[in-house]
Design a protein around this ligand. Sequence first.
Ligand SMILES: Nc1ncnc2c1ncn2[C@@H]1O[C@H](COP(=O)(O)OP(=O)(O)OP(=O)(O)O)[C@@H](O)[C@H]1O
Ligand SMILES: [Mg+2]
Length: 406
Amino acid sequence: MDKLLPHGEWVAAMRSLLMRGYGFARVGNSFKLRMLASGEETQDVLLLLAGVELANEQTSVSSTSMRTERQTILSLDEELGSEGGEDRGDKEDLSGGLVLSVPAENLTLSPASYATTTGIILAKKHSGKTYLGMVLAEEMLSCSTMKVPLVILDPMGVWGGLCSMEDGSPSPYHILRFGGVYANLPITSKDGAKVAEVVNAIRPHAVQVDMSLLAPVEQHEFVADFSSHLYATSPKSPLHVFIDEADEFAPERLSAASSHQKRSLENLDRLVRRGRGKGIGTTIITQRPAVINKNIRSQFECMWLLNMVDPRDLLAVEELLRRLVTAPQLKECIDCIPALLPGHSYFVQGGFSPKFRKFKVRKKRTLDSSKTPDGMPKVPLLSQPLSEALATAQSVFSKSPAGEPS
Ligand SMILES: Nc1ncnc2c1ncn2[C@@H]1O[C@H](COP(=O)(O)OP(=O)(O)OP(=O)(O)O)[C@@H](O)[C@H]1O
Ligand SMILES: [Mg+2]
């Protein structure tokens, strides 16, 4: 085991050894192979490489642009008085990854691989699911190495905070807002296919669909048409879809009151299951793992687990985790999740790049819009979508629906 790896095929070789349960120790610009101690976390090849001169030579990303972006983000955090300045991994060049934790090195993900991944954020009510989703979205929106097109399906109308800062000024993120009280373009339950058409036409521009002004059955109709059209017309390139309160649209048990829910389930199932082939990744957000449809549950490649206490939820989590982690990791999760403090989470990922991390979610840069209102809401100034994106959307919306005379 005391062997120094040669250069050349070392990244692929390291990845393969990590998958077999080995670990590495850094020795200058090389890595020394070692056995992982029992119960020790699996290492992440990207994090091992972060900050190493060798890695910088291999990446196609300009290190100057990465550094500039990182400096902008850090100075933004300082302006906002974010906690734990010394804690944020400032010392390490995190190579344009999605920085989700404090300190940053506890959880930094590759944007390219997360963009096309199917993940789920799980926690009991009011435990930071939407907050974590928005931190993920902020990272994707400000990513210097890859512009990931985002779509946010937001039934409660709480993701608009991404467009504004805590002091009420506009955020630096350009997001086209469909529906809700701050809409760039209002929507009805019949507009799902048009919104999907716009999403594809304005890539990589981000889109938020605020469905808070639609009744539940109208939301089901919208999501059914949106997901069917998005899957059918999506080109083969990365796109990430956040689905908040996803059990509304892909439930294990259909509601008798909604004729559209069955269609929304079928179409979302196809989008999640087959979308990967087209580069579509999803982050499903829900309070209860057991109420998400079984077929969709079987697709998760990674899980974000915040505080949960209900034994039925823990049982369902245990079942999902079995596919992704080792027995000791499973035990640690189930023992610790009920005691997780607000803002603390596990991230687990199976497959070719297994990960098992416990981390503190970094502070959001934009307005905390999912906070329970504690007084008169102040009206924030919102960032606006790029004018070409808005013009494209207006042009799609001005067309008559298929089959109807204009
Ligand atoms: N990581 C965090 N750091 C700081 N505050 C947080 C964090 N996570 C959550 N909060 C606070 O808790 C509030 C509730 O979080 P959030 O809306 O994300 O919960 P939720 O799990 O989505 O709730 P629901 O089940 O009602 O959808 C946030 O608005 C925020 O004020
Ligand atoms: Mg929420």
